[in-house]
Design a protein around this ligand. Structure first.
Ligand code: NAI
Ligand code: MG
Length: 397
């Protein structure tokens, strides 16, 4: 019997192209696992009115470890229109299955490493200071700890809020400015932060900093304006910091942080933030180290953990044969899964093999060549998805 059982959820579009590549790599490093396929995503929504089927939930509950590709989400009107005719008008509401999964299993620690590989032509560079010629290519090693279950993604929101909600809003003096807005003209999304979840994400960030030997953690919020929720995040970060002698707590505002990352990104190794800010930050930092083709993530709860590239289903490339998208983000996500189950040496081997392929520079997917993606990219010298994996497998030999 295999030591681990992993639930594989390729989902939609390019999720189906990249997830199998990660399994080839896991096999090559001798990860002793069996894999069970589970459905998730747009087709499930259209056929069942539910993008996260019960069987998938049961499998994750039982086996506790998941690899996820990507899903397609569409706005409400499109979601309703594509629902199977028998299900239309029956009150089905589309919810993103990944957001639902995070909430259902309390996958509240969302970890997103943005680590540059030497020689990646997509790496951030900056002009040297003063009149010195040339440019610097700082080594970026940033991991964003994004709270995964609450904040702006808590899902408590309305257009045309019901009477009792409206009454509650009216009780706040600042709501006076909106008191006369007609219901259908008014949309409200609640940003919810709980002290316990804030403590867990801040602790995860500090634990990681301790493990990696970093001397600081940055809490990135906006407590001067969003006083209650960002205020609580920052307050909790300060409390948690007291347990970590030798690791400083720095505080930045989300807007300023996005400016700093264009000036001195190498100075931020660990950043912790609430859900939406963490989402924005991790995409922004990912852009400095190769973009979506390199951005991996883990959604980690006490029981269940699911690992996924942060990119979506990229529908415009989903039908290309051979596929052209970069499998590295997915493969790095699989490596994070290995870290999670204490198979860190295998994870390191994978990262080293990727580093070797990138620094050698012979095999590059279209995104790494800075050319337009499409059926023509392979003719222009880009590697296919499989060829990139082949190159990584070659380094693992
Ligand atoms: P996307 O991430 O699917 O694609 C944006 C662009 O990034 C692509 O067109 C492509 O140019 C590039 N890209 C993405 N992955 C790549 C890879 N592995 N290699 C090379 N290039 C890559 O985001 P988009 O277009 O905004 O959304 C498409 C669909 O995906 C939507 O339905 C959206 O809701 C969904 N989505 C799902 C996510 C998830 O499953 N976690 C995350 C983001 C979007
Ligand atoms: Mg995102």
């Amino acid at each position: 019997m295999a030591k681990y059982t992993v639930i594989t959820m390729p989902g939609d579009g390019i999720g189906n192209q990249v997830l199998p590549e990660s399994l080839r790599v896991l096999k090559a490093v001798g990860f002793n696992a069996e894999y069970i396929h589970a459905d998730i995503g747009w087709d499930c929504w259209c056929a069942q009115g539910n993008a996260l089927p019960e069987r998938t939930i049961e499998l994750l509950t039982k086996h506790k470890l998941g690899l996820f590709g990507a899903i397609t989400s569409k706005p409400n009107k499109a979601a309703q229109a594509e629902l199977k005719p028998e299900l239309q008008g029956k009150g089905y509401v589309y919810y993103s299955p990944i957001v639902t999964m995070r909430q259902r299993f309390n996958l509240d620690i969302c970890m997103r490493p943005c680590v540059g590989f030497t020689g990646n032509p997509l790496n951030y560079i900056r002009k040297r200071a003063g009149d010195a010629p040339g440019f610097d290519e700082p080594k970026i090693d940033t991991t964003v700890f994004r709270q995964g279950t609450e904040g702006m993604y808590a899902g408590v929101e309305w257009t045309n809020p019901p009477e009792n909600v409206r009454a509650a809003l009216n009780s706040h003096p600042r709501f006076k400015a909106f008191a006369n807005v007609p219901g259908p003209e008014l949309a409200v999304s609640c940003r919810i932060i709980t002290r316990n979840a804030a403590r867990r994400i801040c602790t995860a960030a500090f634990e990681y900093a301790k493990k990696r030997g970093f001397n600081g953690v940055t809490i990135c919020e906006k407590p001067n304006v969003v006083r209650e929720t960002s205020g609580m995040m920052e307050e909790v970060a300060k409390e948690v910091a007291k347990n970590y002698a030798g690791i400083a707590l720095w505080s930045t505002n989300i807007d300023a942080q996005l400016m700093w990352l264009n000036k001195n990104p190498e100075e931020y190794n660990v950043i912790v933030a609430s859900n939406l800010f963490g989402d924005i930050l991790s995409d922004a930092f990912a852009g400095l180290v190769g973009g979506l083709g390199f951005a991996a993530s883990g959604n980690i709860g006490d029981e269940v953990a699911v690992f996924e590239p942060t990119h979506g289903s990229a529908p415009k490339y989903a039908e290309l044969d051979p596929p052209i998208v970069n499998p590295i983000a997915m493969i790095l996500s699989a490596a994070m899964m290995l870290d999670h189950v204490n198979e860190g040496q295998k994870a390191e081997r994978i990262r080293k093999a990727i580093a070797d392929v990138v620094s050698e520079g012979k095999v590059r997917t279209y995104d790494m060549m800075r050319i337009a993606g499409g059926a023509k990219s392979i003719g222009q010298g880009a590697a296919s998805t499989m060829q990139m994996t082949d190159a990584i497998l070659e380094k693992l030999k």
